[in-house]
Design a protein around this ligand. Structure first.
Ligand SMILES: NC(=O)c1ccc[n+]([C@@H]2O[C@H](COP(=O)([O-])OP(=O)(O)OC[C@H]3O[C@@H](n4cnc5c(N)ncnc54)[C@H](OP(=O)(O)O)[C@@H]3O)[C@@H](O)[C@H]2O)c1
Length: 271
């Protein structure tokens, strides 16, 4: 309130991003109307404008599409929403079918058709059963950074000829098929419930480490940042080939390890 009794006009703040990361959509200029008085504590409207100008700041947060609304998809989406990401979630069909799941399990995430969710996303999280992957259309995610959280587990998935080459990790094979996408492997080696139970703030002595593997360092960086913001330390592996160490049956699969322990475990297994 001003001394003459009037409410001050809203403050208009501009945050300009100049993003050089190839995995994030073109530069966005975010204008936030910061209300005063009674509006101060309400959610603030954000208007996004295309712009080529602006001072360089921190990288904008990627928009995330989660494909899969079973066990792991909603847990990942919830962690991302709670960390502050814009998240859409999709299953294999009409978003109406997952609207209750989204409302109850992932408030804040938007249920969408898969194609719409992917089109507006910078990062696509592939959380579908691997036995559905052969029927998954690679064109859907062409040009996108894809996070592969899938595991090949024959007792659950049945024998899938595509993934039977045990000399290769499953994400290597996923990358081969998604040739127009950049694949990063992570989140496959913890249980969906652990995503809620084991998230911790940075610096917490209990914070669990997760591996993040990929052939493209910039993509690994983008994904590692997401993992760290949702509440885990990261250990980066510099190839999808090395990502085999995260596969089911490996030393770190299902193991709740701090970063130093995780590094020791993967080093020992790689030796
Ligand atoms: N469960 C875990 O704790 C866990 C942990 C780490 C990793 N993972 C991995 O995550 C993946 C999913 O596991 P889950 O346990 O969450 O499976 P789930 O409970 O069976 O859920 C699978 C989901 O994928 C959706 N789906 C299938 N095909 C799709 C497509 N083409 N596009 C979009 N959505 C599609 C299904 O939707 P519809 O019903 O509409 O077909 C369903 O919502 C598996 O590869 C698993 O190995 C699981």
């Amino acid at each position: 309130m001003l001394s003459d009794g009037r409410e001050p006009s809203p403050v208009v703040g501009f945050v300009a991003y100049s993003c050089k990361c190839k995995y994030l959509m073109p530069t966005r200029l975010t204008m936030q109307l910061s209300g005063n008085g009674p509006a101060r504590n309400r959610a603030l409207p954000v208007v996004e404008l295309a712009s080529d100008q602006g001072t360089e700041q921190a990288r904008p947060w990627p928009r995330i599409a989660v494909l899969g609304a079973g066990h792991s998809g909603p847990a990942i989406a919830r962690a991302a929403v709670e960390a502050g990401y814009q998240v859409a979630i999709a299953a294999s069909g009409d978003p109406e079918r997952i609207s209750l799941i989204a409302q109850v399990l992932v408030p804040g995430a938007e249920p969408r058709w898969a194609a719409d969710a992917v089109a507006d996303a910078d990062v696509v999280i592939l959380a579908i059963p691997i036995h559905k992957f052969a029927a998954f259309d690679p064109a859907l995610v062409a040009g996108k950074l894809v996070v592969d959280v899938m595991n090949y587990w024959p007792p659950v998935d049945g024998v899938q000829a595509m993934f039977e080459d045990r000399q290769r990790g499953s994400s290597d094979i996923v990358q081969e098929r998604l040739a127009e996408s950049t694949v990063v492997k992570t989140l496959n080696h913890l249980g969906y419930h652990e995503l809620d139970e084991q998230r911790r703030p940075e610096g917490s002595p209990e914070r669990r480490a997760l591996g993040v593997a990929g052939d493209d360092p910039e993509a690994v960086e983008v994904v590692a940042e997401i993992i760290e913001r949702i509440g885990f330390d990261t250990v980066r592996l510099d190839s999808l080939r090395a990502g085999r160490l995260l596969d089911a049956g490996g030393a770190v699969f299902g193991a709740s390890l701090r970063r130093a322990e995780f590094e020791r475990a993967v080093r020992a297994e790689a030796a």
